[in-house]
Design a binder for this molecule. Structure first.
Ligand code: NAP
Length: 250
């Protein structure tokens, strides 16, 4: 299978190494700085040999990228984050062109399996009010958002299944107790952790914890390539979580 990479930064390089180690071909690399890339700009000619295009660039002109790639009738995997206010527009562009696209803020296969496990676990815990859910995440000291989007997503999964819980609390809880309908989501920033997420259910006699530990960026590249294979012969607009769910269902 032939891939075009848009964006040749940290993730572009990671996808390239993983692709070459797994018998994908890189037919072109587009990066606006152009260093070691085959093209500086996206064009029909730049992607004509590719089966699927994988974008890890920047959100600046991602809608333009989606519009162009869809008009070239090429399948697209978007790892770039920070454009989700325009998700409806992206869906419409893909539908109007009858093309295919997968997006995700987190292409780690393990994390998307973890989302699915969290969904099942929260459905069970809904039936057992003696267990109180909580979440915490640990990231390196360079990360500027807190909590990260992945922890928020885990929180929303819990809220959607545990009926007695109505609200996520991210702040420090000073001078008051946490309310019975709240779930506390904590963040730790230290050292070099690429990303650890813990989902816990605490009872009076015991504690259940589920933990996902990212080791490096390779997991994102692995997921983006799985997405590329999956979308190659399909049309439509999908999140990577939907792709993982469809693989789980068989
Ligand atoms: N979904 C996931 O699993 C996942 C995982 C990790 C990262 N990400 C996201 O992926 C994106 C890239 O991350 P990164 O760490 O690889 O960033 P990076 O190291 O800064 O690399 C991005 C590269 O893309 C280039 N670029 C930006 N816009 C472009 C465009 N329109 N056309 C061609 N090239 C363009 C940049 O050039 P300039 O330097 O000139 O801008 C840069 O060389 C970010 O949005 C990040 O949040 C997603």
């Amino acid at each position: 299978m032939k891939i075009t990479l848009i964006g040749y930064g940290k993730m572009g390089h990671e996808v390239e190494s993983m692709a070459l180690a797994n018998k994908f071909e890189i037919s072109s690399i587009i990066d606006r700085k152009g260093k070691n890339a085959t093209h500086k700009e996206l064009s029909k000619e730049a992607v004509e040999d590719a089966d699927v295009i994988i974008d890890f660039s920047s959100p600046d002109n991602i809608i333009e990228t989606i519009t162009k790639v869809a008009s070239y009738k090429k399948a697209l995997v978007v790892g770039t984050t920070g454009w989700y206010d325009n998700i409806k527009i992206a869906r419409e562009i893909i539908k109007a062109n009858n093309s295919g696209m997968i997006y995700s803020p987190n292409f780690s296969i393990g994390m998307n399996i973890f989302f699915s496990i969290a969904r099942s676990a929260s459905f069970i815990i809904d039936k057992f009010p003696m267990y109180d859910p909580y979440i915490y995440e640990i990231h390196h000291n360079q990360k500027t958002d807190s909590p990260g989007g992945t922890a928020k997503n885990l929180g929303n999964i819990l809220l959607s299944n545990i009926k007695r819980k109505k609200k996520l609390v991210f702040d420090r809880i000073d001078g008051r107790k946490i309310e019975p309908d709240e779930i506390h989501v904590g963040s730790i920033r230290a050292g070099f952790f690429p990303g650890t997420h813990v989902l816990g259910f605490d009872g009076i006699s015991d504690n259940i914890e589920l933990r996902h530990i990212a080791r490096n960026r390779a997991g994102f590249a692995e997921g983006a390539l799985l997405a590329a294979k999956w979308i190659n012969d399909k049309k439509g607009f999908y999140s990577f979580e939907e792709v993982i769910s469809s693989i789980i269902k068989g």
